[in-house]
Design a protein around this ligand. Structure first.
Ligand code: DQA
Length: 143
């Protein structure tokens, strides 16, 4: 089985981007860490700055048949993308919403997620470990 790790806008800049909030770890470091920790999982990694590309990737994962779930850090799209929310609603695959930072401990506008309601669950505030916990959530909730 495979798991799609999907990252949205600005997450390509991890390591350089606001390190006081997101740390110095890069997205490649995070992805490498997942491969090392979960040798039994066939990961697919994808990042895009664009809403449409993320939505298309979700549909591809749904249609490909061997994907067992998605770990999604939607970046700022989390807070306003109804299109992304509708795409998550439109598929059967379990999607786990993850964030490096604790979105409830930051600016007011980050406290609203328009995707949480249609995700399986939310993990926020544990840095790179949020992704690891997201993968575990998918592995442990498979029936
Ligand atoms: C983020 C939190 C979002 O509010 C922000 O827009 C991001 C990253 C996180 O991982 O903490 O781009 O999703």
């Amino acid at each position: 089985h495979s798991i799609l790790v999907l990252n949205g806008p600005n997450l390509s800049r991890l390591g350089k981007r606001e390190p006081e909030i997101y740390g110095k770890i890069t997205l490649d470091d995070i992805n490498r860490g997942l491969v090392e920790s979960f040798s039994e999982v066939a990961f697919e990694f994808y990042q895009s700055e664009g809403e449409g590309a993320l939505i298309e990737k979700l549909f591809q994962a749904e249609d490909n048949g061997s994907c067992s779930g998605v770990v999604l850090n939607a970046g700022a799209l989390t807070h306003y993308s109804i299109a992304l929310r509708d795409a998550i609603s439109a598929i059967e695959l379990p999607v786990v919403e993850v964030h490096l930072s604790n979105i409830y401990a930051r600016e007011e506008f980050r406290r609203t997620s328009v995707i949480s309601e249609v995700c399986k669950g939310v993990i926020s505030g544990f840095g790179a470990n949020s992704y690891h916990l997201g993968v575990r959530a998918i592995l442990e909730s498979r029936s």
